[in-house]
Design a protein around this ligand. Structure first.
Ligand SMILES: [Fe+2]
Ligand SMILES: [Fe+2]
Length: 463
């Protein structure tokens, strides 16, 4: 089966990408260890060899972890993993420069940045890596370095990840200061049976500065690595965003269609553990290209006037098909993030515009050849699970709306959803998306659940 062949290719891509990236991480880590050994004349050979092996084992755990991540995640994460490598180099360098106190190491920034730009699981594992690595490399290898950063870093990553708005950053900083100060107090009492004011001050500064630096560096990471963070996505989903406002005013039908597609995609992406925020926000923008000629799209034809009645099928197709390229022009103009632009480009795949293709074929005279190319979207097919979810939600929304409201029952909606997904699958539109067959079933169930919870069900006949 095509889908399975594609998954096999993605598995290979996953292997190659993770091996390459881990090669980079390994080189940096070993370079750090080598440098440390070079400047530490006091290290015995036994100590040097042990440090080397401990580092290798530590890296081994990280490689295994990366290897267990889903193929699509590792594939879309390559850029973010480079952030990780860059940060690793920064930490290694600073660990050598700072010799006064372990409380001055900038380790807390890493789990927070990784939680924001990659994901929470990877942030926690990376923090473990950085904490152990720093405790191994820092001048006198004390175990409180490990405890302090393991606890502080994990809490920092969780706090920042689940803080919905950047406005709550002061709260994150406040909590992290309390966490850090408590950690250092308990560690001091445990180790020295005493506590030191200087440690308090350094722990407090470390927490506060780490949060400020993370937030300060975030736009740079977003721009340089072109990653889209949850808070950036949240900004783009705001109703005050110019393109969303334009949809509401100039193409209200498309605006409502997009809102419904967003609800469907969000639920389905959540259920298959894909990036549900990206799927939701990209859905809000997927049809912005319709702003160029809104009246040519059925959802905006309120008065029953259909301009396509007056057009040759070829011209109609040209207008409908160009909503993807028109969308890309607007997306560039309004500087939408690449992740959203990719979904706009891929949401129709290279599907055939069957209605106008058939209309042209039926109206063909003599030996006139009607080419499928003229009536097909230019593609590419969805390249990620999120893009595929948006495609399926989009087709489902249009198909369900086409069922007359008085005949709309849960039973026939379920059948329609399953037909839409089956058709897209058979057309090969999902071949490059990395979705599994099992995930297609989960998506179908998620769509039905959204409809069950919507107002439409008020008019739905009881089963
Ligand atoms: Fe579309
Ligand atoms: Fe659409």
């Amino acid at each position: 089966m095509k889908l399975q062949d594609k998954n096999a290719t993605n598995q290979n891509t996953k292997r190659v990408t993770s091996i390459l990236l881990m090669f980079l991480v390994t080189i940096t880590a070993l370079a750090g260890v080598a440098y440390n050994l070079g400047i530490s004349n006091t290290y015995s050979t036994t100590k040097q060899v042990s440090l080397l092996f401990l580092t290798i084992i530590l890296l081994g755990v990280l490689v295994v972890y990366l290897y267990t991540m889903s193929a699509s995640k590792i594939f879309t994460m390559s850029k973010q993993l480079i952030c990780f490598v860059v940060y690793e180099i920064i930490i290694v360098c600073i660990t050598f420069l700072v010799t006064q106190s372990y409380l001055m190491l900038p380790i807390l920034i890493a789990p927070m940045l990784i939680a924001l730009v990659v994901d929470i699981g990877f942030a926690l594992v990376s923090n473990m890596f950085f904490s152990i690595f720093a405790s191994l490399l820092f001048v006198d290898n004390r175990f409180e370095i490990l405890i302090f950063y393991l606890l502080g870093g994990s809490i920092a990553a969780l706090l920042i990840k689940y803080t919905k708005s950047r406005k709550n950053i002061a709260v994150v900083a406040g909590i992290l200061i309390i966490v850090n100060v408590t950690n250092v107090l308990l560690l001091d009492l445990y180790i020295y049976d005493n506590f030191y004011g200087m440690h308090f001050l350094l722990a407090l500064l470390n927490a506060g500065l780490s949060v400020i630096i993370t937030i300060g560096m975030l736009p740079l990471f977003e721009t340089v690595f072109d990653v889209v963070t949850p808070s950036k996505l949240l900004e783009f989903s705001n109703i005050d965003q110019p393109l969303i406002k334009r949809l509401l005013n100039e193409a209200p039908g498309t605006f409502h269609h997009s809102q419904m597609v967003a609800s469907l995609s969000e639920k389905a992406a959540m259920d298959i553990d894909a990036d549900h925020q990206l799927a939701r926000v990209a859905s809000l923008y997927h049809d912005i290209g319709k702003l160029k000629r809104p009246e040519y799209f059925i959802e905006n034809q309120e008065d029953g006037i259909n301009p396509h009645d007056e057009l040759a099928p070829e011209n109609s197709a040209m207008i409908i098909l160009s909503h993807v390229s028109d969308g890309m022009i607007l997306a560039n103009e309004y500087k939408l993030p690449t992740a959203i632009k990719n979904i706009i480009k891929q949401h129709q795949g290279d599907a055939l515009l069957r209605y106008f293709y058939n209309k042209a074929k039926n109206g063909a005279v003599g030996n006139e050849i009607i080419s499928e190319d003229t009536y097909s979207y230019r593609g590419p097919k969805p390249q990620t699970r999120e893009a595929a979810v948006v495609m399926l939600a989009d087709s489902t929304e249009a198909a369900i709306k086409a069922i007359p409201i008085d005949t709309r029952s849960l039973e026939n909606m379920e059948e329609m959803i399953s037909n839409v997904i089956k058709t897209r699958f058979q057309e090969g539109q999902l071949d490059e998306s990395n979705l599994t067959i099992n995930e297609l079933n989960v998506i179908a169930k998620a769509f039905l659940q959204v409809y069950k919870g919507k107002d439409h069900t008020r008019n739905i006949k009881k089963l």
